[in-house]
Ligand binder design. Structure first.
Ligand code: AMP
Ligand code: GLY
Length: 430
């Protein structure tokens, strides 16, 4: 069986490494993949957003199954385009991917179906948004661009001047292009954040191990927002009791709402939750696996990922018993100095042999690496590597991940030194 994974980051590497364990022994392809992924899959130089070229390749080379991992090709309708050629694929249709592609859509969906989320208003004119900001009395206020913005379209504004500047940047200056033609302005929520990724075929919902991302660039959750500097799983704030509340008030109602709207969601539905004093609320939906959440969640999956994915496509998820390990996982991201702003590329990476640590003890997921002409690994992105360790408990997983990370070096390497510390506090003071 030939399986193509679309995308080329750490998330895609984690998906491929898990698919590689499948007893179905698939032949693995990645488009475009990256330097480290090339040790685990045949990399095909096609951009993840080039729907026509991906579909052509999959048809021509006889792919039996395609996993569309990133948000943009899903929102562009890659799964629909593959289906038209008779190629089954993991991921939502274009109609369902709008749950991530438009925050105005997702907020209105939550309002219509009574799914708990921050109170909000939507605006398609800057004048109206500015009038609303001037009347606001509770700060901070959160201003969000409607469409995809590489995770940077959310601005937390401490006062009126900041909120007016945010509206100006997004709606008048077009900082995020067409994604900012509409905005959502919402109340600021507080509480621990939890990411819950769920497999769903539109009927059955299978939550995966919960996780905690670390979005800010610097220790102590300071600095700029990034794509994510590290993750742990499971998230200790997410107790069994809270999980049951989330299934009843958020996960099930969301999947049912998408069905009622004629937008059945199949694939991985990502719930970004905040555990507020008033109960769990939705901060955001993603129509895909999270990055770097996947680098801690999939290592804990004990079932055959390929079988689970195919069942979400075929609508037979209820027939499977999807198992997760009781262990803990931690992932530390090694980034290029300067990320998420300016950074240099092409730095030689020391400490790896065929993309992994020769001593073992951890798995190295490649996010931004390339192979130079002589085959050596060099940096090629902001987030370069994700080093993941699994252990019986969280302290053990964190210690092993940091120990492994210490054996890898490149010029300008930057990482946070406090991944998992908040989670450890939650375990110590439940
Ligand atoms: P997003 O890009 O939607 O994941 O938002 C980025 C981050 O902004 C989230 O992980 C939260 O930490 C924060 N955030 C988004 N919306 C809110 C809100 N209503 N209240 C507080 N923080 C928020
Ligand atoms: N780590 C957050 C995301 O994948 O959107």
């Amino acid at each position: 069986m030939k399986v193509l994974v679309v995308g080329g980051g750490g998330r895609e590497h984690a998906i491929l490494r898990k698919l590689k364990e499948s007893p179905q022994r698939p032949a693995l392809y990645a488009a475009p993949g990256n330097g480290g992924i090339s040790y685990d899959a045949v990399c095909v130089p096609i951009a993840a957003t080039d729907v026509a070229a991906i579909v052509d390749f999959a048809a021509r080379e006889g792919m039996d199954y395609v996993v569309v991992a990133p948000d943009d090709p899903l929102v562009l309708g890659m799964v629909d385009a593959l289906a038209e050629k008779g190629i089954p694929a993991f991921g939502p249709s274009r109609a369902a991917a709008v749950i991530e592609g438009s925050k105005v859509f997702s907020k209105n969906l939550m309002k219509k179906y009574g799914i708990p989320t921050a109170r909000y208003e939507t605006f398609d004119s800057a004048d109206a948004a500015e009038r609303y900001v001037r009347q606001n009395t509770a700060w901070p206020l959160v201003v969000k661009a409607d469409g995809l913005a590489l995770g940077k379209g959310v601005l937390i504004c401490e006062d009126e001047a900041a909120a007016l500047a945010a509206v100006d940047e997004i709606m008048r200056c077009g900082k995020f292009g067409a994604s900012g033609s509409r905005v959502v302005i919402e109340e600021f929520l507080t509480g621990p954040e939890v990411s819950v990724l769920c497999f769903t075929d539109g009927k059955t919902i299978v939550p995966m191990a919960s996780s905690m991302d670390h979005k800010r660039a610097l220790d102590g959750d300071r600095g700029l927002n990034t794509g994510g500097m590290g993750t742990v799983a499971p998230n200790p704030y997410y107790t069994g009791e809270i999980a049951a509340v989330c299934m009843e008030t958020i996960f099930r109602p969301t999947v049912d709402a998408m069905n009622a709207e004629g937008r059945t969601f199949k694939g991985c539905l990502y719930f970004g939750l905040m555990l507020t004093p008033g109960g769990p609320k939705v901060i955001e939906y993603n129509c895909r696996f999270g990055d770097p959440e996947t680098q801690v969640v999939l290592p804990l999956l004990e079932s055959d990922l390929l079988a689970v994915m195919r069942a979400t496509t075929d609508g037979t998820l209820a027939e499977l018993d999807v198992k997760f390990s009781e262990k803990c996982a931690a992932c530390v991201i090694l980034a290029s100095g300067g990320y998420p702003q300016q950074y240099e590329k092409g730095k030689a990476i020391a400490g790896l042999a065929d993309g992994q640590l020769p001593e073992g003890g951890a798995t190295v997921y490649h996010a931004g690496t390339a192979r130079s002409a002589d085959g050596a690994l060099v940096t090629s992105g902001g987030r370069v590597l994700g080093v993941t360790a699994v252990a019986d408990d969280l302290p053990g997983a964190l210690a092993a991940a940091y120990k492994a990370a210490d054996r890898i070096a490149f010029d300008g390497l930057y990482r946070r030194s406090d991944i998992g510390q908040r989670a450890l506090l939650a375990i110590q003071n439940p």
